[in-house]
Structure formats: structure tokens, C-alpha cells
Design a protein around this ligand. Structure first.
Ligand code: MV4
Length: 452
């Protein structure tokens, strides 16, 4: 076989902000690729703007007029002669139209193709794709429900409790648990209304409700030659209102056998859809270690860091290489250490996690062996109220889970952030929690976790 040739990008525009923009700039610098930061007026003083080779202001603070404004971002790419765009996470990272406009303008989108984004963005369709690839899915409707009668019949067949899910959903929107037949019609009507209002698509499907599941996801990668691999799992069960707060790898619930089965299932999907890039296959795992495909993310995720730490692999570099046409070896990767990430948000954990934007007056970052801090914050930095409230990711890596937790407690104690409220006290209590320390948690864990 001929040695695959590929041409590396000369300049990448980063269509994002905050820590992930900085994260991408760092890898680009190591790869000898020039960078362009785009920014809203709220981010004029931000580190990505200072550290990128070039910076272009694309509009006012509102995301709709800056980080979500496709024409302005494309214009910035054109005037700077950028040959690729990295979208980071959130914003336009899973926007099929943006991927398409990049393609039309001959700018490489470092992410999924428009068809892939559409196909995986429709959850009922993604589920059908998984089923076709012989990957287990939660029993339920075959595709979309036609009407309330169809919903009733499906629920009787699979038995209550069931879950109604919006096909355009994710993140819990347009989703209802239905415990019995009497509650079905109201749930059906309200879920459809919510889905129509949120996504402009009221398509619904139904699943058997899985009690107290764990959320375990598999990191995957595929190249244009059809080679694919997995990079093991991340346990993301510590969530509050569908917002992840703490992630770890390996999952304390994982066994070697389960990892191989879930990894093989994830790779089957990547191969079936000829996926090109890095992605994540999300699974629900029940108490008996049955696992079910839930959704696929076609972007780099916030929690990619912990996989990098235990596998010694730069996932942003891999994304760039794959986008440029470099081949993968096709071999799977397994955790060599244990890593935990705590999301440090400017939120008040004692007040319902209410956002706490404003000026950081004092700032001291933890350090030392096994500590990684991905952040765009600095002393004097003003956290704008316009975007999500994550200001840092505190990551520890150690040989064992116990050591990674001990290190996290030490690092949380060293982290000084004054001027705004943060989630640090929440994480300190989480690290002390008996059930957490025993690895005994699932997606319901935070429902009965209360700050002292
Ligand atoms: C489920 C489920 C139980 N059974 N599906 C939540 C977000 C969406 N992506 C899917 N979700 C769930 N789907 C069945 N059939 C429980 C959840 C769920 C959940 C999943 C992952 C992480 C946190 C969660 C919190 C509540 C509910």
C-alpha cells in the first residue's frame, strides 16, 4: 500500500473562547501551526486573544452575534487566510450548517461532516444506526412514535416505567419519565410542546426507563481510510441537571471484560458510519452491567483531558492530524493510570449553583506532581455573564484512584479564587463523600447529595 500523504494546515482559526481556545492554541503552537483567535468585545482582554498569533473581533458579547455568527466567523477566516477552523465544544461544534458553509468555502472544518452531524443529531436515527451495527440499545419504539395511540401501545408492550425522548433532544430537554398509563397523555403533550419550542422538531421516541444508570462514555477515533479505535471510557455519572461536574477514568464500575465489550461496540459504530475524527459514544450502564447506546458526540468534549492523562495522548493533536488526512494505527488504548477532573465553575453551590460572574480579585493556581489546570482565568480577570460559567478544569493523575482523590483534595485546598463564588467547596465535599470514595455512584447520586 502506498504511504498515505497529507498536507498539514498552516493556520487554524479557533471558533471558540475560554479554556478550550487556549487548549487548542497550545497544541497548534507545538505543531508549528499558526492560530487565529476570534473574540467578542466581552473577551477583548482574554488570554486566547493574547496568545494566538492573530485575533479578530467578530462582534458584541451576545453569542448569537459573535461565537454563533457563521458569516462573521467565515469572514474572519477569509481575511486571515486560515485553512481550517477548530470549533472546540459547544457553540458551532455540532452545527451541520456551519460544517457545510466551511466546506463550501474550502476551509477544513475540524469536526464531523454536515451529513454525519445531521445523522447523529437525530437521536432516533442514531439509535437505529447503532442497532443496525449490532450494538445494544434500550428496548423501545422502532424509530419515531406516530401518535399518542402508538405511544400507548409501545408502553404497554415494553411495560412502564418508560421514557419519552425528543429525537432532536439531548441534555434532558423534551424528555419525560412516565410511570404509568394514566400519566402518559400529559407527558406526551408537554414533551412535544417543549421539543417543538426548543428544537423546532417535535419528533418523539420511547424507551424502557433504566433505573439508576451510570453514564459511561467511550472515546473513539476514526480516519478516512476506515481505521478506527477506542481510547477507553470516562465515567460521567456525577451530573446535576444534565451538567457534568466531575468525571473520572477508569470508571470505578468498569471491568476488563466490560471495557472490551463496550469498546468493541463503540468501534463497531465508528466503522459502520465511516466516522472520521474523534468522537464519543455515550452509553447507559445498568446495575447488572448491561450497556445501551445512548448518543454519539461528534466533537471534542470538555472531559477529554482525563483520557489524555491516562493514555498519554493529545486528543486535539489527533483531531488535527485526522482532519489533515493522517492515518491511525487502529489499535485501542487502555488506561495506564487514574485521572479525575473537577469542573470549577463561577457558581454558588450553596445557592442552587447560581452563576456568579464578576472580577477575580485573588487567584492562586494549584500545582505539583500529577496536577493539571486547564483555565483561561487569571488574577484580575472579569468573568463575563454572557457565556457558560466554567472557569477552570482541575485534573489529577496518579497510579491509583485513591491517590488521584487525595491529590484532588490537596489541589482543591490550594486553589484560591476570590471575588466570585465557585464550585470548589462542592468538589471538596464530593471528594470526602463515603459513597463517592467507594466508587458507589450513578446518575442519581447528586439528587440526595447536600452541601454542609
Ligand atoms: C435515559 C435514562 C434512563 N432510561 N434513558 C438523560 C439525558 C439524555 N442524554 C438521556 N438521559 C437519560 N436517558 C433511559 N431509557 C436516564 C437518563 C438520565 C441521565 C443519563 C445520563 C446522565 C445523567 C442522567 C440524569 C438523568 C437521567
Amino acid at each position: 500500500m502506498a504511504k498515505p500523504e497529507f498536507k498539514m494546515f498552516k493556520k487554524i482559526l479557533i471558533a471558540n473562547r475560554g479554556e478550550i481556545a487556549l487548549r487548542i492554541i497550545r497544541t497548534c503552537r507545538e505543531m508549528g501551526i499558526k492560530t487565529v483567535a476570534v473574540y467578542s468585545t466581552a473577551d477583548a482582554e482574554s488570554l486566547p486573544v493574547r496568545f494566538a498569533d492573530e485575533a479578530v473581533c467578530i462582534g458584541p458579547p451576545a453569542s448569537s452575534e459573535s461565537y454563533l455568527n457563521i458569516p462573521r466567523i467565515i469572514a474572519a477566516a477569509e481575511i486571515t487566510n486560515s485553512d481550517a477552523i477548530h470549533p472546540g465544544y459547544g457553540f458551532l461544534s455540532e452545527n451541520a450548517k456551519f460544517s457545510k458553509v466551511c466546506e463550501e468555502n474550502h476551509i477544513k472544518f475540524i469536526g464531523a461532516s454536515p451529513a454525519m452531524i445531521d445523522s447523529m443529531g437525530d437521536k432516533a436515527n442514531a439509535k437505529a444506526t447503532a442497532l443496525k451495527a449490532k450494538v445494544p440499545v434500550v428496548p423501545g419504539s422502532e424509530g419515531l412514535l406516530k401518535d399518542i395511540e402508538d405511544a400507548k401501545a409501545t408502553a404497554e408492550k415494553i411495560k412502564y416505567p418508560v421514557m419519552l425522548k425528543a429525537t432532536a433532544g439531548g441534555g434532558g430537554k423534551g424528555m419525560r419519565i412516565v410511570w404509568n398509563a394514566a400519566a402518559l397523555e400529559n407527558a406526551w403533550n408537554s414533551a412535544r410542546q417543549e421539543a417543538a419550542a426548543s428544537f423546532g422538531n417535535d419528533g418523539m421516541y420511547m424507551e424502557k426507563y433504566v433505573l439508576e444508570p451510570r453514564h459511561i462514555e467511550i472515546q473513539v477515533a476514526g480516519d478516512r481510510e476506515g481505521k478506527a479505535c477506542h481510547l477507553s471510557e470516562r465515567d460521567c455519572s456525577i451530573q446535576r441537571r444534565h451538567q457534568k461536574l466531575c468525571e473520572e477514568t477508569p470508571s470505578p464500575f468498569m471491568t476488563e471484560k466490560l471495557r472490551n465489550r463496550m469498546g468493541d461496540a463503540a468501534v463497531k459504530i465508528v466503522k459502520a458510519i465511516k466516522y472520521e475524527g474523534v468522537g464519543t459514544i455515550e452509553f447507559l450502564v445498568d446495575k447488572d452491567r448491561n450497556f445501551y447506546f445512548m448518543e454519539m458526540n461528534t466533537r471534542i468534549q470538555v472531559e477529554h483531558t482525563i483520557t489524555e492523562e491516562v493514555i498519554d495522548y493529545d486528543l486535539i493533536k489527533e483531531q488535527i492530524l485526522i482532519a489533515a488526512g493522517a492515518p491511525l494505527s487502529g489499535k485501542n488504548h487502555f488506561p495506564q493510570q487514574h485521572s479525575i477532573q473537577c469542573r470549577i465553575n463561577a457558581e454558588d453551590p450553596y445557592n442552587n449553583f447560581r452563576p456568579s460572574p464578576g472580577k477575580i480579585t485573588t487567584y492562586h493556581v494549584p500545582g505539583g506532581h500529577g496536577i493539571r489546570v486547564d483555565t483561561h482565568a487569571y488574577s484580575g480577570y472579569v468573568i463575563p455573564p454572557n457565556y457558560d460559567s466554567m472557569i477552570a478544569k482541575l485534573i489529577t493523575v496518579a497510579r491509583t484512584r485513591e491517590e488521584a482523590i487525595t491529590k484532588m483534595e490537596r489541589a482543591l485546598g490550594e486553589y484560591v479564587i476570590e471575588g466570585v463564588k465557585t464550585t470548589i467547596p462542592f468538589h471538596q465535599q464530593l471528594m470526602q463523600d463515603k459513597k463517592f470514595r467507594a466508587g458507589n455512584y450513578n446518575t442519581k447520586f447528586l439528587e440526595d447529595f447536600h452541601l454542609k
